[in-house]
Design a protein around this ligand. Structure first.
Ligand code: CA
Length: 231
């Protein structure tokens, strides 16, 4: 990172957590600002726009949900919501707050750094990543998706699922959001139906792109699309 530092704003009232995050993110080359309460955060984002916000949900002063809503009125800055309960994540996703990602506490600091890097790469793609972004082409006219130039043999549901996931790399889509895509007339979809579509989709992708892991399960919440090397 030789250009202007990538600026992470941490809004977190648990000082220990904030300190650890600060250490890891600084170590990774990011510039960090920390706010301990929700008060004044919206003004700060206005006066000194960060590149990404790590936003705790439960905060003294103004809570994270309110901050997210307010910030979205004037800014598209990526927001990663941090919540202490996995059950709450699904609710947060359902609220359509316009957050870009969700992390559940307790988290490993490495996981947080990885998520921040996803945002970083999205905003400042390197040469290789710019090429990786062209991995898929969605041909809406013909209703097909090409991977490295080869048309994938997808069912209608798989096509819709993959198109949605590709539309927002790194973003988690909840099961509820995916259910709508999988539902058939007179046949509501279930979690198992989603999982089975995803399983088939992964198999088809692995045939064309065996070296990459593309669709990631987010425990208890849903799925996300992100390019990572197969381990
Ligand atoms: Ca908190």
């Amino acid at each position: 990172m030789t250009e202007k530092p990538f600026h992470v704003l941490i809004v977190e009232d648990e000082l220990k957590i904030a300190e650890i995050l600060n250490d890891y993110l600084t170590q990774a080359g990011f510039a960090v600002t920390h706010k301990e309460t929700g008060l004044g955060v919206v003004d700060l984002v206005k006066s000194a726009p960060p590149d990404v916000i790590l936003l705790d949900v439960m905060l003294p002063g103004v809570d994270g949900l309110e901050i997210c809503r307010e910030v979205r009125k004037f800014s598209a800055v990526p927001i990663i919501m941090v919540s202490a309960r996995v059950e709450e994540l699904d609710r947060l996703l359902g609220l359509e707050l316009g957050a870009d990602d969700y992390i559940c506490k307790p988290f490993s600091p490495r996981e947080v750094v990885a998520r921040v890097k996803v945002v970083y790469r999205r905003q400042r793609p390197s040469q290789t990543e710019a090429t990786q972004d062209k991995l898929f082409q969605v041909d809406e006219e013909q209703g097909r998706i090409l991977a490295r130039g080869t048309a994938l043999d997808l069912t209608r549901t798989e096509y819709r699922l993959l198109k949605l996931l590709l539309s927002r790399p790194g973003r988690i889509f909840s099961r509820d959001q995916l259910l709508d895509l999988c539902a058939q007339p007179n046949e509501p979809a279930t979690d198992r139906v989603i999982d089975s579509h995803i399983k088939n989709l992964r198999k088809k992708l692995a045939k064309v792109l065996p070296d990459l892991e593309l669709i990631h399960a987010v425990y208890g919440v849903g799925y996300r699309y992100e390019i990572t090397e197969q381990k």
